[in-house]
Design a binder for this molecule. Structure first.
Ligand SMILES: *Cc1c(COP(=O)(O)O)cnc(C)c1O
Length: 413
């Protein structure tokens, strides 16, 4: 008996379309930097470095100790969780949603973002996604066989999407348009008028608006991000993703929810009921406490002030080193155009060359902008996920790097 080895690839073609390769490359560079003895300051992946509030951890541990916490949870989320999430939507945004039909729990918003296209589209459909954008936006389309139409976020438009630039035939054929304000990697924020326009276009062309609001609690200088569901009747044509990862420092817990249009909610709920058995009940209970605390407290008690202080310290320290970067109004990211003249130091002058060279010479990890799409070239994303002193230290190293003063003093002895 002979076997045709050509058949045995055990790797789908779709995997190559998932575009995670730059993040693996950065991980390899980071390994090299550690190998060479550098003290690494990781401003790469956007994973919060703080713990959830004590009361949240307390609720989690109490529920973990209860013997009745260990059966399969419900895939769509417990009614208590959905009811609390709906109550928070009302308190935080003044938006009324039905906890039964218009809200579904997720194993992190990534879970919902990854599966939504599979639940609501057919292969060959079109979806409009931002470029640069959070990687799973395009990834989910590859998984579902949906064709992306990339809406560029350009510096000359202050990184706002130009909705009027979307051709009529794209609007006509698109199943959904996915946007993200305040965004990752670019923390653009919008006002309600922008959402009103987006919803009215979507309604005209019968396109679902998908809004990823992962940074709702991370607005600075008094700015509080809006829900797209604040637009009257938006629920007829929109869904919104909410995450506990950034809002409540619960990234490792894997919990979030999608709320909005009931048809889309129903489709995602149905798909997920075939794939997973939901979020561990103690985590849902901890998430309920997170929402209760948030509803009692003001914004000044949330996660924003810490990141605002870090932002100020880092942007200021970088400016002292001669690299002026835009000051974000929200999120934990700086979207920085490559410093002028850096191409004198290394390679082709690409974002990747810059990020690699910087990491290998200074130990500071940043993500090359093209990890988020072609329009990200020329930029790097810097995550404010280390303490202020470390951020200032990173800025100083970057300064020395830009002046061509090479490594030495910041080796670990
Ligand atoms: C972090 C992040 C997510 C993922 O959040 P989880 O709830 O942890 O899955 C989704 N969207 C954006 C824009 C993010 O930055």
């Amino acid at each position: 008996m002979t076997y045709h080895s050509s058949k045995r690839k055990w790797r789908s073609e779709k995997l190559s379309q998932l575009g995670s390769s730059i993040f693996s490359e950065v991980a390899i560079w980071k390994g090299e930097a550690i190998q060479s003895g550098l003290d690494v300051i990781n401003l790469g992946i956007g994973s919060p470095d703080q713990a959830p509030a004590f009361e949240i951890r307390e609720a989690l541990s109490a529920a973990v100790l209860r013997a009745d916490s260990y059966s399969y949870p419900s895939s769509k989320g417990s009614f208590a969780f959905r009811k609390q999430a709906a109550a928070w939507m009302l308190k935080r945004f003044g938006v009324e949603v039905d906890a039964e039909e218009e809200l579904v729990a997720l194993m992190g918003s990534q879970d919902g973002l990854a599966h939504l296209a599979l639940a609501i589209c057919n292969p060959g459909d079109i979806a409009i996604v931002p470029d640069p954008g959070y990687p799973i936006y395009s990834g989910s389309l590859a998984i579902a066989g949906v064709k992306p139409w990339h809406l560029p976020l350009l510096a000359e438009n202050e990184f706002l999407p130009d909705l009027d630039s979307i051709p009529e035939n794209v609007w006509r054929e698109a199943a959904f348009i996915l946007l993200n304000f305040p965004g990752n990697p670019i923390s653009t924020e919008v006002d309600l008028a922008f959402f009103v326009k987006l919803i009215s276009l979507a309604r005209k062309w019968d396109v679902l608006v998908v809004h990823d609001l992962a940074y709702s609690e991370m607005g600075f200088d008094g700015y509080r991000p809006l829900s797209i569901l604040q637009v009257p009747e938006a629920i007829d044509t929109a869904v919104e993703f909410h995450s506990f990862s950034k809002s409540f420092n619960m990234a490792g817990c894997r919990i979030g929810f999608m709320t909005g249009n009931r048809e889309a909610i129903g489709a995602l709920r149905e798909l997920k009921s075939n794939i997973d058995y939901g979020v561990f009940d103690p985590i849902q209970e901890a998430a309920i406490v997170a929402l209760e605390l948030a509803m009692e407290a003001g914004a000044e008690q949330g996660v924003a002030p810490l990141y605002e202080r870090r932002r100020d310290a880092f942007v200021e320290a970088l400016a002292q080193e001669g690299w002026m970067v835009p000051v974000p109004k929200a999120t934990m990211f700086i979207w920085a155009p490559l410093p002028e003249g850096f191409s004198n130091h290394s390679g082709t002058g690409s974002s990747r060359d810059f990020a690699r060279d910087l990491l290998l010479k200074t130990g500071v990890v940043v993500i090359p902008g093209d990890a988020f799409g072609a329009q990200g070239e020329g930029f790097v994303r810097i995550a404010l996920v280390e303490e202020e002193v470390r951020l200032v230290e990173a800025a100083k190293r970057i300064g020395r790097y830009l002046r061509g003063e090479m490594i030495g003093p910041f080796f670990i002895i």
